[in-house]
Design a protein around this ligand. Structure first.
Ligand SMILES: NC(=O)c1ccc[n+]([C@@H]2O[C@H](COP(=O)([O-])OP(=O)(O)OC[C@H]3O[C@@H](n4cnc5c(N)ncnc54)[C@H](O)[C@@H]3O)[C@@H](O)[C@H]2O)c1
Length: 254
């Protein structure tokens, strides 16, 4: 259902070329926002922008590597020159894969941390001056249930998401008096291209993977399930929610 919940708001979404980021860009646009979408994958990004435009929404965007401060700065400059202000930053870009620690080399560790943790640092760094000029501005970071506990074969991803969660909580405290909120959504399994990378190898201990399963076996979320939570956190209805880690996982952590 289209509403005007985000009318006159500008939303910057990373990872908008696929999955949760795409679903998020679409929901914000449907509810009246002007969406600036970025992704490393230019084809996926173009599809998202075209789908939003075809549905009557307002979106623009540019290819951007969130791991590069220069690339993020260029994208933000473009966003501000296009839409003039910024109300909401959503960090959804992310990578990961199941891998035994003995096989995880330095480059793999660095890649996951540079996208999942340094990425939100880079975007926040360039967004903050614009967000602080607006009333009811906020940041929503897509963490994971992997932020809240250890997981075998996932050390780099868990470290990156736990870091993102406490980064977000720290921002929430530091900027509360200036009217800026920051929250995380912590999804469980959502059917997107990313989860293909988490198919376990035969040399991984099955009982260490089984405890990540939802209480209803085989139940997966859809990108819109998480996009709806993100939109709620970004909305004025959530004005009292700051520094939260909102879990959406069908009860895995319960
Ligand atoms: N799918 C899940 O089960 C799940 C669960 C918990 C958390 N998450 C988190 O949700 C977020 C979105 O993931 P998804 O499941 O939609 O996956 P996805 O692969 O569908 O989307 C991720 C997007 O991030 C983009 N991206 C990757 N590296 C980038 C970079 N350096 N710069 C810019 N964009 C980059 C990819 O091109 C892709 O479009 C991620 O942060 C992920 O960790 C996903």
């Amino acid at each position: 259902m289209a509403t005007d919940r985000f009318k006159d708001r500008v939303v910057f979404v990373t990872g908008a070329g696929s999955g949760i980021g795409r679903g998020t860009a679409e929901i914000f646009a449907r509810e009246g926002a002007k969406v600036f979408a970025v992704d490393l994958n230019e084809d996926g990004l173009k599809q998202t922008i075209a789908a939003i435009s075809a549905a009557g929404g307002v979106a623009d965007g540019v290819a951007c590597d969130v791991a590069s401060m220069a690339s993020v700065r260029d994208a933000m400059t473009r966003a501000i020159s296009t839409f003039e202000s910024l109300d909401v930053l959503v960090n959804a870009a992310g990578v990961g894969r199941a891998i035994r620690f003995e096989n995880m080399d330095e480059a793999e560790w660095h890649r996951v941390l540079s996208i999942n943790l340094y990425g939100p640092f880079n975007t926040t760094k360039v967004a903050i001056e614009h967000l602080l000029k607006r009333k009811n501005a906020n940041i929503v970071n897509v963490a994971s249930i992997s932020a809240m506990r250890g997981q075998a074969y996932n050390a780099h991803y868990c470290a990156s998401k736990a870091g993102l969660l406490n980064f977000t909580r720290s921002l929430a405290l530091e900027f509360a008096s200036r009217g800026l909120r920051a929250n995380c959504v912590c999804p469980g399994g959502v059917k997107t291209p990313l989860v293909r990378n988490f198919t376990p190898d035969s040399d991984m201990e099955p009982h260490l993977i089984a405890y990540s399963m939802p209480p209803v076996p085989g139940k997966w979320g859809k990108p819109e399930d998480i996009a709806n939570v993100i939109a709620f956190l970004a909305s004025d209805e959530a004005r009292m929610i700051n520094g939260a880690a909102l879990v959406a996982d069908f009860g895995v952590l319960a």
